[in-house]
Design a binder for this molecule. Structure first.
Ligand SMILES: [Zn+2]
Length: 269
């Protein structure tokens, strides 16, 4: 059973019990707590990618892999052809940051002419169309996209959009389904752990998951938005792998919970 360290305090299982309790409440209400898993920043066939795909195989749940088109190599494509349970989503185009030094990072930005950004997205979609498991779903790098770009997405063929945090609308535009992720278990700046890129700890990660589930159940968030786990395999450590294993086990063992395939999440048949 997973144990978490919080500021020196030893916290046994309590957050896991809280997750089970929340799922029990879903069961009592006769509802399904839906989950999905999105991993970002795929480009090349690396050892970290192999570790991710091995983890997926061991867990045997669907995985949506957000691939950076400009970084995608033939070796990645070949590797994914012999992977199972994978959907390939589009992670922007180049994952370059076009924000100023003081601003939050963004690739799909408002500082460049829209035609440039749209052209990049179209080139990226073309590149990924050769991947067997490709789905027309856009995952903006850093989970940000300038709002004026959204109306172009259906024209470009996108049927889904995924950022971070609870969605405002299930269908922000005709033909486009939004489903976000709701937990980012990476301590990017090291504020919690002192180690940039480290796992935040099971308590913190579970708190975000439970908060989203509870908000869905209470109608404070869209009840039909699947709760999304985001991972980043290039920085995935042993501890975060263990967390994913424990989370999948906890969810799979509960009769009210299930993991969805990306095609189901984004209503793409
Ligand atoms: Zn990314």
């Amino acid at each position: 059973m997973a144990l978490a360290m919080t500021e020196g305090a030893f916290v046994p299982e309590s957050a896991w019990n809280a997750l089970t309790h929340e799922l029990d409440l879903w069961q009592e209400a006769g509802r399904d707590a839906t989950f999905w898993w999105r991993d970002d920043d795929a480009g090349d066939h690396t050892d970290a990618l192999d570790a991710l795909l091995d983890l997926r195989d061991a867990l045997d749940i669907p995985l949506a892999l957000a691939v950076v088109p400009a970084a995608a190599t033939p070796e990645l494509r070949t590797r994914l052809e012999r992977a199972s349970g994978i959907s390939v989503l589009q992670h922007g185009y180049s994952h370059k940051n076009f924000a100023g030094p003081e601003d939050r990072k963004i690739e799909l930005d408002g500082s460049r002419p829209a035609a440039y950004v749209i052209g990049d997205l179209a080139t990226g979609a073309q590149a990924l169309s050769g991947f067997a498991a490709h789905l027309p779903v856009l995952v903006p790098p850093w989970n940000r996209i300038a709002p004026h770009l959204l109306p172009y997405l259906p024209e470009l063929g996108f049927r889904g959009l995924s950022t971070l945090g609870q969605r405002m609308k299930a269908r922000p535009l005709a033909g486009l389904v939004a489903n976000n992720v709701h937990v980012d278990p990476v301590d990017w700046r090291g504020r919690r752990t002192g180690r940039p890129g480290a796992f935040v700890g099971a308590d913190a990660a579970l708190a975000d998951i439970i908060a989203h589930l509870a908000a869905r159940r209470a109608g404070q968030a869209d009840p039909d938005e699947a709760t999304g786990l985001m991972t980043h395999h290039p920085v995935m450590e042993t501890e975060s792998q263990a967390f994913v294993r424990d989370l999948v086990a906890a969810v799979r063992d509960h009769p009210a919970a299930r993991w969805l395939d990306a095609s189901e999440v984004f209503d793409i048949s």
